[in-house]
Design a protein around this ligand. Structure first.
Ligand code: ACO
Length: 406
């Protein structure tokens, strides 16, 4: 229980004992009422609602409201929430100029985190973490502007002109138009693809104390503002062991194809623990059975590729890899199953996104989770500044030696 845990922590601190738990494998850093995971049973719920139901029936903005405000919105509340977000999708013209400063081949993730960090310079009227109205305003600004920033990061990377948001469109349609459309040319997104992308954003929307969310909470625990904290979360997500995995999966599948498509040979290299060779998109700190999100994404990948005629060869390699791993003792004993990112890249690729945009799409999805956790953390009276202890392993005391004598 949360309070008992806090009391126990205080008692332990009084004894002078320190526990070492690298990677926080068994240490809770907070109590939270947002997301429930049962890693053995493969269960994921946002605020009590099973992920399968939300993925099938809900929309990304509904889920954002659910995560951030604790309840699914009524029709009126959803209209109001959506309307508010629509009114904040534009980027300040000066912020747009930031994109010119990055090299053309810059990865869009650091471009994204830099632009989000810069929001604290443009919107100084919503930085007070203890003013509810300001927090709500920065929440709306982030939800509204991140798709615009993400689309501009893409446009920058392909050298195409930016499009202003069209606020008659839904958040997801608007993002697709700003990404793939051209000024003064009509752009109509396929409604099925809009629905699939919206569903993928829902699947990524929260996952309790993962690396990026813990980062957002840790940075925010110093009372840093929401923009600064989320920007740090984006940088944490960039790593290939976290959000960057969706890019790495596609690169791995392409590598296997380049080497002649020999899946069994690749699996042997993984089992032999060749440096840098892992089955990307497999394994999870918490799920020790099938990631429930992966089951939904695997089906969506089949549907989207059937519709768009995507890269069947890569899907076949992915299916063969999954089959090989699920029947191999090495992976079974370690309880390694596909995670959410094993199949997402294939869908994004079929939709036309370049590999480097995959992690940006993950960031767009995870945003409401980051915001919900930051807000929960800031309003929790139990919150203290994050400050882990360490076990010192360095030299014992020694005397300074003058430069000439060294
Ligand atoms: N391929 C091959 N072996 C693996 C993999 C993998 N993907 N993942 C774990 N293992 C092995 C480890 O080598 C280790 O074996 P050992 O006991 O013989 O040493 C054992 O399984 C346990 O693995 P850990 O590294 O201790 O597990 P941890 O919980 O620390 O790591 C992680 C979880 C980072 C997700 C890991 O499984 C991994 O690197 N996966 C690939 C990257 C990936 O897909 N990341 C996305 C995660 S989900 C997300 O962010 C959306």
């Amino acid at each position: 229980e949360g309070n008992d845990g806090v009391q126990l922590g205080k008692l332990l601190a009084d004894t002078g004992l320190t526990t070492l738990d690298s990677g926080f494998v068994n240490t809770a850093s907070c109590s939270s009422a947002i997301t429930y995971i049962d890693g053995d049973a493969g269960i994921l719920r946002y605020r009590g609602y099973p992920i399968e139901q939300l993925a099938e029936k809900s929309s990304f903005l509904e889920v954002s409201h659910l995560l951030i405000h604790g309840e699914l919105p009524s029709a009126g509340e959803l209209d109001e929430f959506t309307d508010r977000i629509r009114r904040h999708t534009l980027l300040h013209e000066d912020l747009k100029r930031f994109f010119d400063g990055f090299p053309r081949d810059a990865h869009p993730m650091p471009v994204l985190s830099s632009a989000v960090s810069a929001l604290s310079t443009f919107y100084q009227d919503s930085l007070d973490p203890f003013d509810d109205d300001q927090v709500e305003l920065s929440t709306v600004r982030l939800l509204a502007k991140l798709p615009t920033i993400a689309a501009y990061a893409y446009k920058k990377s392909v050298g195409q002109p930016f499009l202003y948001p069209d606020n008659s469109l839904s958040l997801t349609e608007n993002f697709l138009r700003m990404t793939f459309g051209f000024p003064a040319e009509p752009y109509e997104a396929d409604p099925e693809l809009v629905k699939t992308l919206d569903m993928l954003l829902i699947l990524h929307a929260d996952h309790e104390q993962n690396c990026s969310t813990s980062t957002v909470r840790m940075v925010g625990s110093s009372n840093a503002n929401l923009f600064a904290s989320v920007s740090a979360g984006i940088n944490a997500l960039f790593g290939p062991l976290h959000g960057g995995a969706n890019q790495s999966v596609l690169e791995m599948l392409e590598g296997i194809r380049r080497d002649g498509g020999d899946v069994a040979a690749f699996v042997e290299r993984v089992k032999n623990k060749e440096p840098g060779v892992k089955l990307m998109g497999f394994g999870h700190r918490v799920y020790k059975s099938y990631d429930p999100r992966a089951a939904i994404v695997a089906q969506a990948a089949r549907d989207v590729l059937a519709k768009l005629g995507g890269d069947d060869e890569l899907l076949d390699i992915a299916l063969a890899l999954e089959q090989a791993a699920l029947t191999d003792d090495y992976f079974v004993e370690r309880r390694l199953y596909p995670n959410v990112d094993f199949y997402t890249g294939l869908i994004y690729r079929a939709m036309g996104f370049p590999t480097r945009m995959f992690t940006v799409l993950f960031a767009m999805g995870r945003l409401p989770g980051w915001i919900a956790h930051w807000r929960e953390m800031i309003s929790d009276p139990q919150t203290k500044i994050g400050r882990p202890r360490q076990i010192y392993t360095g030299a014992t005391e020694r005397s300074y030696v003058d430069l000439a004598q060294r």
